[in-house]
Design a protein around this ligand. Structure first.
Ligand code: WTA
Length: 649
């Protein structure tokens, strides 16, 4: 590890003078924030429009629940749409939408305002009140963004559920939030084929035990396929929203009004509904989108390849970019539909200048070969970003050279669903970048890397891996876990309660130069292609299968997806091991319970699991087995022979 780090440290990329000369961010930002953090954030907050200006910046008296700009009032959707139209930019394209089958649409800011107003009028007609929750289960079509903004406009709290999640995952999220309305589509295009989506909603909320909270299902027609229908409950978007008035006046809400819930995996099986509010969240997403992506409204063509089902889609497709009057590409499908050229064609077609994606996709492009990007004109690109998992230096360099032709700064951005916005990243034009390092906390953000006793870990100490903590409140921080404040405190604030640090759940270290290297999760959360999935969730899905008595799941390292899910299962007494057939049915059980993204890559049927004398499964050993390594310390095992039997799996 140490030689590896030294080698990496040598290869820092300094910002080019040319980029620096035009950069939004200046080195003085760090100093400004250092001198007076609250004044710094107040200044960033004033980039937004406040119906009622705030007089107080931060109230931390009820820590760990922060209040930012609490006496201010604003409307998030007004900030993302109306004010740009009022300032004379109504004709600027907000969204260049590219459908998977090759259809496309452009929506200007005026179009967006009309669409959001119509949706807001219809949602009001449905009787929804500020604070009510709305579940959004949709593919990447403009109406998904319109739906989110309409909720924001009315003070409704949206809960977007990734359309790749199964109906049972959708149901548990609807129930947890008591959502009154579900917005969905008839179907979605996936790899060229229409697949039903509304049918999953019906499965989730209908049947023998209908979801008690849901009053209506609002359905956008996307694929045109036959769709099951429940009169009275289900309504078509084109028959309602599209017929509504396009005039709607936005009301202001308190800065701390809840904007959205987003469920994310924790260390136990039950996903957590992370709560985000309005003023602080929009302040930090807007500021970071401007400074980290060096975004120039009216000039750049920005593309974040995430899905709105994840926090990256919330913060860097919807709220950050739109608040900054971005022109952005939104693409519905997969990168290899109809073939592996698709992303590069889209970059060429729209002249994309800023491209933000996940390391797992970069590694996939590497696998497909550089002749694919080389066949396209990528010269419009001027800044590249990554998010979701550590990027290996090799992938970083490939991205730099093949996408960026050596000219484009790369921002490796560390943050989480819980942090709401980017926390650690180089500032392009200001900070140098080292391939694989997220570098430094942004101006206004303060982090530390500490050991178990909360002592700061020394710089450059190669063995001294520590925990990443945030030691001062930040505007877009989570305000809680929906309906479970105790879990909120236990999960994030109990580990270093005395110091009052936010525990991020990631391991990290500082190198000799003080650059931060985020090393991955230190809890039982796996990171598969940048998606967080807990081992407990997958285990509970497997144990739900009739044949399975016990299951242990680990994240094994994987060249493309970062980590891959590997499961070890013990069969119930009397169950015959039918091999592939049985294993496929287990994978199907996981897909049904959670979604396709959680299907284990490998499932091994084993006679026993290695356990400590106190009965804990030794995941470290399972990881060694799955990755084909020499076994580490087995002295605490109850029965070392178990490991031998695993090896013969
Ligand atoms: C990981 C995604 C290294 C990390 C925005 C974190 C990263 C989890 C990086 C959050 C990065 C995210 N370098 N690791 N640049 N960005 N992570 O909630 O483990 O889906 O805790 O938010 O992804 O995942 P989430």
């Amino acid at each position: 590890m140490s030689t590896d780090l030294t080698e990496r440290a040598l290869s820092a990329y300094a910002p080019s003078a040319e980029f620096a000369a035009q950069a939004n961010a200046q080195a003085s930002l760090y100093q400004e924030a250092e001198e007076d953090r609250e004044a710094f954030w107040a200044k960033q907050a004033r980039r937004l429009h406040w119906h009622t200006p705030f007089s107080e910046v931060l109230d931390w008296s009820e820590a760990p629940v922060a209040k930012w700009f609490a006496d201010g009032k604003l409307n998030v959707a007004y900030n993302c749409v109306d004010r740009h139209v009022e300032a004379g930019h109504g004709d600027q394209v907000a969204i260049h939408w590219e459908g998977e089958p090759g259809d496309s649409r452009a929506l200007t800011y005026s179009d967006l305002l009309a669409e959001v107003s119509k949706a807001a009028n219809y949602l009001t007609e449905l009787g929804l009140q500020p604070g009510d929750r709305v579940a959004i289960y949709m593919p990447m079509i403009p109406e998904a963004i319109v739906a989110m903004l309409a909720c924001a406009r009315l003070g409704l709290t949206h809960s977007v559920v990734f359309a790749g999640f199964s109906s049972s995952a959708l149901r548990s999220r609807i129930d947890d939030a008591s959502a009154k309305l579900v917005i969905t589509t008839d179907g979605q295009f996936r790899r060229g084929k229409p697949a039903p989506l509304k049918a999953s909603v019906d499965e989730a909320i209908g049947g023998e035990t209908p979801a008690p909270s849901v009053e209506h299902v609002l359905v956008v027609r996307r694929t045109g396929q036959d769709t099951p229908w429940q009169e009275g409950r289900d309504v078509w978007w084109h028959e309602t929203v599209e017929q509504a008035s396009d005039q709607h006046e936005a009301q202001a809400f308190d800065a701390e009004h809840p904007l959205f819930l987003l469920y994310t995996s924790g260390t136990t099986g039950k996903p957590k509904g992370i709560v985000h509010t309005s003023g602080g969240y929009l302040t930090q997403t807007s500021y970071t989108h401007d400074a980290v992506f060096d975004h120039k409204p009216g000039k750049d063509v920005y593309w974040c390849t995430a899905d709105i089902g994840w926090v990256t889609g919330h913060s860097y497709i919807v709220y950050g970019p739109l608040s900054n009057r971005a022109t952005q590409v939104v693409y519905e499908g997969t990168p290899n539909s109809p073939n592996e050229h698709r992303h590069f064609e889209v970059i060429e077609k729209y002249g994309v200048t800023i491209y933000y994606t996940a390391p797992t996709l970069i590694r996939t492009f590497m696998k497909w070969g550089r002749e694919i990007p080389d066949a396209h004109d990528l010269s419009t690109l001027r800044l590249l970003g990554t998010v979701g998992e550590p990027i290996n230096p090799e992938a970083w360099r490939w991205y730099h050279e093949v996408f960026g032709h050596g000219r484009c700064p790369i921002v490796d951005t560390w943050w989480q669903t819980e942090t709401g916005a980017i926390m650690i990243s180089p500032l392009p034009g200001v900070t140098e970048a080292k391939p694989g390092s997220a570098m430094a906390p942004l101006p206004g953000i303060s982090v530390q890397i500490v050991d178990d006793e909360a002592h700061a870990v020394e710089r450059g100490a190669t063995e001294a891996n520590g925990y990443l903590v945030v030691d001062k409140p930040w505007p877009s921080m989570l305000r809680g876990i929906w309906g479970d404040m105790q879990r909120f405190k236990d999960t994030y604030w109990s580990r270093f309660a005395e110091q009052g640090y936010y525990f991020a759940g990631d391991g990290a270290k500082f190198d000799e130069d003080g650059a931060i290297w985020v090393l991955g999760r230190v809890d039982d959360v796996m990171n598969i292609s940048g998606h967080r999935i807990s081992t407990a969730e997958v285990e509970s899905a497997l144990v739900g299968h009739d044949a399975v008595a016990e299951a242990a799941v680990i994240g094994a390292s994987d060249e493309t997806t970062g980590q891959a899910i590997v499961a070890f299962v013990i069969l119930r007494k009397g169950v015959e091991n039918t091999g592939d057939e049985l294993v496929s049915s287990m994978r199907a059980a996981v897909a049904k319970d959670i979604g396709h993204i959680a299907k284990p890559r490998d499932i091994y049927v084993v006679p026993e699991l290695p356990k400590t004398r106190s009965g804990k499964i030794m995941r470290r050993l399972l990881r060694d087995v799955a990755e084909g390594r020499e076994l580490g310390d087995t002295s605490t095992l109850v029965d070392p022979a178990v490991v031998e039997s695993l090896r013969q799996k």
